[in-house]
Design a protein around this ligand. Structure first.
Ligand SMILES: O=C(O)Cc1cc(O)ccc1O
Ligand SMILES: [Fe+2]
Length: 451
């Protein structure tokens, strides 16, 4: 295979031999070329591109979107995408579902699952997607899907792109190498990657070790950094920690397949070559990765428990300001210092719907067991939830000296739209039937004679 990796612009992060190189920044206008002079200078569409390449624009926003949300890149490639096009046939989507998907009714209750074990069978990333929840409508470009991926084999001559959604990868076990049209991204648990709508890729397993993780399909507005408001110019997720790959291409003529997710269905066509043939590119519409341990949390330094929005890494906006299509929120290592405060999350009901996962460690609202790494929970629109009995009793009596939460990383996908559970998730043996009643373990402490 002819694979070329070559950092293209000043500012590329130094790459160890064999590892990909990256460009730093969020939403920058990047430029990178794997062969010198492959990028046209000062123009996008020269009469003839260098090296006999084709120019192709990939538009992630309408042409007329305001500058702040206008996203597009120019790709200089061996063949334009239209030449990587075969006879597409609808294929079995396995356990991958898209909204709207009203397969089952679930009890009005908090819902939780144990981790789905990695199977022995051979599963590529695409074959191993199991949808847990869907929200909104893929055709109206609003809402999301939450999935677990289980992968036991690498995609070799198999390529994929998602026309329905931007994809947020949240690995929980095992490392992945994402070979994208824009270059190569390596991610491991603790890191995330975002692949914009329409970007082709194949997913390899590191050392062929099986991998499991969470995948969010974002049907709506592209993920962006939240406003920092009075926090100012620093902390939370800092733009420089987002890494976009330098250009790398495959010049590979071999029988291959391209799977496209479009309109909630999967379609497959045969190709005679790799479509990851982009030799150079420039623009602001590109995949990226981020190490969640670089997140600089800001929180209460005197008393009370702030809203979890202080831990927003990325937000997918809806048309209504402050009302996210999806907020991607994390609960990372941090110091708890608040005085005279019940420090874990409070009991609450929320118009937003909360899907949670645990990458590692213990989540401070659920110390009684049951929410374990690889597991997940759903606290849907206006359904009550909060700390379990163990967490409540512990935090109500704890000595309030500064305490560090360490070795923990939970996350939440919080959407304005109610989430529907798939039949697969409802019937999975990992569904915890008794979780619905955890609130009943909370004892009555009321005593009118003790103010
Ligand atoms: O439900 C949860 O555990 C997530 C959550 C955390 C928090 O600190 C405050 C509110 C909230 O919904
Ligand atoms: Fe919550």
């Amino acid at each position: 295979m002819n694979v070329s990796i070559r950092p293209g612009s000043a500012g590329a992060q130094a790459a160890a031999p064999g590892s990909p190189g990256y460009l730093s920044g969020f939403g920058n206008g990047f430029e990178t070329e794997a062969l010198p002079g492959a990028l046209p200078v000062g123009r996008n569409s020269p009469q003839k591109c260098a090296y006999g390449l084709y120019a192709e624009q990939l538009s992630g926003s309408p042409f007329t979107a305001p500058r702040a949300t206008n996203e597009r890149s120019w790709l200089y490639r061996i063949r334009p995408t239209v030449a990587h096009w075969g006879q597409f046939r609808k294929m079995d989507a396995g356990l991958w579902r898209s909204a709207p998907c009203a397969e089952v009714d679930m009890p009005l209750a908090p819902l939780r699952w144990d981790p789905i074990p990695l199977p022995e069978e051979s599963l590529s990333f695409i074959e191993g997607i199991r949808t847990i929840t869907t929200a909104g409508d893929v055709a109206s470009q609003s809402g999301m899907g939450s999935h677990i991926y289980l992968a036991t084999r690498s995609m070799r001559d198999e390529y994929f792109y998602n026309a329905d959604a931007e994809m947020l990868f949240v690995p929980q076990q095992g490392a992945l190498r994402l070979w994208t049209e824009f270059g190569i991204i390596d991610i491991a648990p603790g890191e995330i990657a975002v692949i914009p709508r329409g970007v082709k890729l194949r997913v390899e397993l590191h050392d062929e070790q099986p991998a499991r993780g969470y995948l969010c399909e974002n049907y709506g507005g592209a993920f962006t950094l939240p406003e920092r408001g009075p926090i100012g110019a620093n902390c939370l997720a800092n733009p420089r920690d987002f890494l976009t790959p330098v250009a790398a291409y495959e010049d590979r003529e071999a029988p291959s397949t391209l799977v496209v997710k479009w309109g909630g269905n999967l379609w497959r066509a045969d190709l005679a070559q790799s479509p990851l043939d982009v030799v150079a590119w420039h623009g602001n519409y590109a995949p990226y990765k981020y190490d969640l341990r670089r997140y600089s949390p800001v929180g209460p330094v005197l008393f009370d428990h702030a809203d979890p929005s202080i831990f927003t890494v990325l937000t997918s906006p809806s048309e209504t300001p402050g009302t996210a299509n999806i907020d991607f929120v994390i609960f990372p290592d941090r110091w708890l210092v608040a005085e005279n405060t019940f420090r874990p999350p409070w009991y609450h009901m929320n118009v937003m719907s909360e899907f949670m996962g645990l990458i590692y460690g213990v989540y401070d609202a659920k110390t009684g067991g049951g929410f374990v790494p690889g597991g997940f929970s759903l606290h849907n629109c206006m359904l009550p939830h909060g700390p379990d009995m163990n967490a409540f009793e512990g935090a109500s009596h704890a000595e309030l000296k500064p305490h560090k939460l360490e070795g923990t990383l939970a996350f939440m996908l919080e959407t304005r739209l109610p989430q529907r559970v798939t039949r697969y998730a409802a019937e999975a043996p990992q569904f915890q039937k008794d979780y619905a009643g955890y609130g009943h373990e909370l004892r009555k402490h009321f005593d009118p004679s003790r103010p």
